[in-house]
Ligand binder design. Sequence first.
Ligand code: NDP
Length: 286
Amino acid sequence: MTVTSVTVIGLGPMGQAMAGAYLDKGYDVTVWNRTPDKADGLVARGARRAETVAAALGANELAVLSLTDYDAVYAVLEQAPDALAGRTLVNLTSDTPVRAREAAEWVAARGAVQITGGVQVPPPGIGTPEAMTYYSGPKDAVEAHRAALEVLTGIDHLGEDPGLAALFYQIGMDMFWTGLVGYLHGQAVARANGISAAEFLPRAVKTMDFRYFLEFYAPRIDAGDDRGDVDNLGMAVASVEHVLHTAQASGVDGSLPAAVLDLFRRGVAAGHGRESLTSLLKVLHP
Ligand code: NDP
């Protein structure tokens, strides 16, 4: 039987988007949020407002949790532990793999099933065809709720381990944050030199399209092949020195390229100067 009613707990920008997507698809939506007035707009669109966590969990077998972190998850669920029995919790709250596994055990001990999720799009991406979420946890629970999950995004089910979705999500965020801060640092140098973000935009899009590099390096990383036939760490040190000096000469904080330079120099000091950039994996994870 296809579930067409759902509870959404947590109405930050993400929970708002999710509850809205369910309303758009005609679901019977019950919402709860610590700060109640954040539900007002959704209630105006037809959602039911639960006055308590127990009422929210009691309303539907399926509950989507979209909270800041797992401290918030416990702060909410501990208000109504007896209401958990028989529920499926789609926990789309970000945190570490360890905490996701602990929470799965915690809810299982109270008779509920957790599907862990890591959403890979910002709120405006919810309900769009290209959106994707990592899921892990019991496959039968994911399949039972496939239609409801697909209202939000596509499904990338990684396996039964409830920590897997959090792990894949954090690997992605590791790349996302460092990459995006790299973009901002470049923009600081651009701004210091009178170049607008708009003017640089087409160049930034090209520079930050790492697809070629990812596809080139991935098989070499898996093969442990750090040949310096295309790039080498010694060259990379010289390049980052130029970046650092350009930033400093522009009056821009150089701590980001300085940290990159430190890492590269440690690679050279460890004897990898004539090897590829991928040899840094031996420094990062000896
Ligand atoms: P917010 O942090 O803006 O909102 C989270 C919700 O958590 C709010 O409803 C807030 O309630 C609630 N909350 C926080 N602490 C507590 C607490 N102690 N007790 C009860 N409720 C609490 O997050 P977002 O909506 O932006 O994101 C939700 C999750 O989705 C996060 O884990 C985030 O990492 C993840 N995510 C977000 C993306 C984004 O672009 N926003 C993208 C991908 C994933 P209140 O309104 O009362 O403060």
